[in-house]
Design a binder for this molecule. Structure first.
Ligand code: PLP
Length: 373
């Protein structure tokens, strides 16, 4: 029997409209050895220095962490030549994105993002009681004109993942500047640069400079991708003092845990480890793109550590069937139907053997006769 309305605790408007985020799969029933290429994690793992710092921190787990995550903010500040007071750290950039949304968006407000943008933006806007507004893309790339055309007096926040996940495409910094120039000064522009370290393009910039100079821009970064610390949950933001102040008022007083503070500070100082991860990506990004295209698949040009692979729509060759085919071989890619890309799979660039296994498996998948479908 359904209880009468109002007789149970009821979430605020919007909460039950949310489809919960579905993380990348990490296992396949009945398959023992798997390669998880579904969450854009690094095949190199974290810096050994970060692991040592994490272990050392385990000696004092009874002590509350430094609520200001000072050592971590100082390490980030030293790396980028910033004032640590312009930084806020969080439990993953997910928490930073959520704090930003809850600080600036409420019922009646609009939050804007692009068609195939990161799903977390929509979830956060809806959770805050706001209205998610979607701007169309051009060639799976954010369109500044389309975003600006969707701005209304109710717009409070604009999210731009640059590069974007799951498409791997990016906006040159000129375009980011044009976006910023076209926004009212009251709209907060959030530049989510989760994959910035991987980008090898002269016309790209993470947005750090803009976040330091403009009053309505923040840049959000993560330790989950090239730093290999996704399991520890560390993200950070740099922005104008008034935004930093707002977030510091609403965040949990000890939102970053002590091992995370220690490991993050060690990781960001290990330039050699980042360089090794980048070298691996530089080798495999073009190589995998070419191999997959050689099989007759379409690959969206990516500047990140992952590829969006488009499959044909003929029976036997679809993304869904490819996902199952790869899964049986322990190769876990990411289905991206929830991102409006039902004919594609996203593949994280993995260790060499996994990359080679995916290419070999897809060669078999594409080459077999449809009768074997
Ligand atoms: C992976 C990713 C993040 C990082 O999230 P964390 O909470 O820091 O692990 C942020 N934004 C985008 C677009 C991502 O793909």
């Amino acid at each position: 029997m359904t209880p009468p309305p109002g007789s149970l605790p009821t979430p605020r408007a919007g909460v039950l409209d949310i489809s919960a985020y579905v993380p990348g799969r990490d296992h396949v029933d009945g398959v023992e050895k798997v390669y998880k290429l579904s969450s854009n994690e690094t095949p190199l793992g974290p810096s050994p220095k970060a692991v040592a710092a994490f272990r050392a921190a385990s000696a004092a787990l009874e002590i509350y962490p430094d609520g200001g995550a000072t050592a971590l903010r100082q390490a980030i500040a030293a790396k980028y030549g910033l004032d640590p007071d312009r930084i806020v750290c969080g439990t993953g950039s997910d928490e930073i994105l959520s704090l930003l949304t809850h600080a600036y968006v409420g019922p009646g407000d609009e939050g804007l993002f692009s068609r195939h943008g990161f799903l977390v933006y929509k979830i956060n806007i809806t959770a805050a009681g706001g209205t998610p507004v979607v701007a169309d893309e051009t060639d799976l790339t954010a369109s500044v004109d389309a975003i600006l055309a969707k701005v209304t007096p109710r717009t409070k926040i604009v999210f731009l993942a640059n590069p974007n996940n799951p498409t791997g495409t990016y906006l040159p910094f000129d375009e980011v500047r044009r976006l910023h120039a076209g926004l009212p000064s009251s709209v907060l522009l959030v530049l989510d640069a989760a994959y910035a370290e991987y980008v090898r393009r002269n016309d790209y910039a993470s947005g750090l400079e803009l976040a330091l100079s403009a009053d309505n821009v923040v840049m959000v970064r993560t330790f989950s991708k090239i730093y290999g610390l996704a399991g520890l949950r560390i993200g950070w933001l740099v922005g104008p003092p008034h935004v930093v102040d707002a977030l510091n008022r609403i965040r949990g007083p000890f939102n970053v845990n002590a091992p995370a503070i220690a490991a993050g500070a060690a990781a960001i100082a290990d330039d050699a480890h980042v360089a090794a991860a980048l070298a691996h990506n530089d080798e495999w990004l073009p190589r995998l793109t070419a191999s997959l295209e050689g099989l007759g698949l379409t690959v969206t040009p990516s500047v990140g550590n992952f590829l969006l692979i488009h499959f044909p729509s003929d029976p036997g060759r679809t993304a869904k069937e490819a996902d199952a085919f790869l899964g049986r071989r322990g190769l876990i890619l990411r289905a991206v139907g929830a991102y409006g890309l039902p004919n594609a799979l996203r593949m994280t660039i993995g260790p060499a053997e996994a990359n080679e296994l995916v290419v070999a498996a897809l060669a078999e998948f594409m080459g077999r006769s449809p009768a074997h479908a």
